[in-house]
Design a protein around this ligand. Structure first.
Ligand SMILES: Nc1ncnc2c1ncn2[C@@H]1O[C@H](COP(=O)(O)OP(=O)(O)OP(=O)(O)O)[C@@H](O)[C@H]1O
Ligand SMILES: [Mg+2]
Length: 437
């Protein structure tokens, strides 16, 4: 093991330390009284849940008689960013020995070994199945599959084992809320203890930032109740209730465009819609997006289904109109195999063709954030997009099952935007040249 402060972990620099500020009252209470079998920190965003769990976890490990432990998150990537990185900073500050083997997913803290694992991988259940651990720290527990959560609980079999979970609120029908947070029997028995963290209880945030965060979240009732008030409420009604035609519909493009792509939602027997997405890049403030044009072919209205070659004609028309070429991309849905094949054999199409695999919940959250922060705009001629932005709704039946899921109605344009916005996100293109339209 390396000595803290001189650790050679490649990703972290020697000088990364955690600078402790004041603890909020809920955090203090959590630190001193989280002695149940399952301890759950729930509540608003940025309220100090992770920092409190990190500090409690370090203390718990030092007093535990077990050797092996589990740390989990939604994905390995989010876990590293949200938990491992700040945890290691804390270990540096505290001068505690550790060694992080990122590749093996192992973090040794003094003589304790923590298995570090993203739970969105179905294989996680098999890996956990063979373990017996002295404790489990779970970040973003509500985003983990039920099977993995149940399996991991059953693995905490060592004497003195404890669990420390944190999560933002979700639907009140979510299994984490129903089976644990609001389970009267387990609460009464003291098996489960919960803490509700609030953003106003965290004294380490800039008051200006808190005001801004509240203002942005105010645009959606569900956002505000969950993210700011920390309440487990149903997401009902319009998904993009923060969309305002007055604000988000344009006649003249509200910014310079640095990049363009074509995006699509494809339905063999329903609707096929293409969009031209313009992207304004800003390293500091983040990208802004403008839907410049849409095409919309509805088989129900037209009476006959469109063929793939006719769909390629639509793409080529948009490509030529906006002078797009091999530096631009058409993002097709991941299941549009026949359309992709048709695109590839049509020599008129100069653009790159890629598929985009959606992540429904995360994509929606991203687009909600863009509307809330006034970073996604729609041209006034894109009438289907404007209408569907206002009617795209949560599925009430799925809510009863504890899932935030959109209704499969009025969703074609909303699905189409996703490729245009999220498709290029992972690519780094430094070009900031302005495109004249
Ligand atoms: N005791 C503390 N000392 C210094 N900074 C703190 C402390 N508690 C919280 N913070 C800071 O407050 C911010 C929010 O804390 P944290 O990430 O723990 O919140 P969270 O509730 O986990 O948020 P989210 O729900 O968004 O994951 C972070 O920048 C964190 O470093
Ligand atoms: Mg957190």
């Amino acid at each position: 093991m390396k000595k803290a402060g001189r650790n050679t972990s490649k990703k972290l620099k020697n000088n990364e330390y955690f600078h402790y500020g004041d603890w909020g009252k809920t955090a203090l209470n959590f630190l001193f009284t989280s002695d149940a079998w399952i301890n759950i920190a729930t509540g608003s965003v940025r309220s100090g849940k992770t920092v409190a769990c990190n500090a409690r976890w370090i203390e718990f490990l030092q007093n535990s008689k077990s050797d092996e432990f589990l740390i989990s998150g939604k994905s390995s990537q989010s876990l590293r960013r949200n938990v491992i990185r700040p945890l290691i900073k804390m270990l540096n500050t505290e001068g505690i020995d550790y060694d992080y083997h990122k590749r093996d997913g192992e973090l040794e803290i003094e003589d304790k070994l923590c298995y570090v694992m993203g739970f969105n991988d179905e294989k996680a259940v098999d890996v956990i199945a063979g373990m017996s651990v002295g404790g489990w720290y779970a970040d973003e527990i509500a985003r983990c599959p039920k099977s993995a959560v149940e399996m991991a609980i059953s693995r905490c079999s060592d004497i003195g084992a404890k669990m420390f979970w944190n999560t933002n609120p979700d639907s009140p029908y979510h299994f984490i809320y129903e089976n644990y947070i609001n389970n009267k029997e387990l609460l009464k028995a003291g098996t489960v203890k919960t803490w509700k963290f609030l953003i106003d209880d965290n004294p380490n945030l800039d008051p200006h930032y808190v005001t801004e965060l509240k203002r942005v979240n105010q645009k959606s009732e569900v956002f505000y109740k969950r993210n700011i008030l920390g309440e487990w409420v149903i997401a009902e009604g319009a998904i993009y209730d923060m969309f305002s035609p007055k604000k988000h519909v344009f006649n003249k493009i509200p910014f310079n465009i640095h990049e363009m792509n074509i995006c699509c939602d494809y339905g063999v027997s329903t609707v096929t819609t293409f969009g031209v997405m313009g992207i304004h890049k800003d390293e500091e403030l983040g990208n802004s997006y403008a839907l410049l044009e849409e095409t919309y072919y509805d088989k129900e209205v037209e009476g006959v289904a469109q063929s793939d070659s006719e769909r390629v004609n639509d793409i080529v028309k948009l490509q030529d109109k906006y002078k797009l070429n091999e530096n631009n991309t058409v993002y097709l849905p991941h299941d549009a195999a026949s359309l992709k094949a048709e695109c590839e054999k049509d020599s008129r199409l100069k653009m790159r063709v890629e598929t985009y695999a959606p992540n429904t919940f995360e994509d929606i959250t991203t687009i909600q954030n863009l509307f809330s922060t006034d970073k996604f705009f729609i041209h006034e001629d894109c009438t289907n997009s404007i209408s569907q932005a206002q009617t795209y709704s949560w599925d009430k039946k799925a809510q009863q099952r504890g899932e935030d899921r959109p209704l499969k109605e009025n969703d074609h344009c909303c699905d189409m935007w996703r490729g245009g916005i999220l498709g290029p996100r992972n690519k780094r293109d430094p070009s900031l040249e302005i495109i004249e339209l």
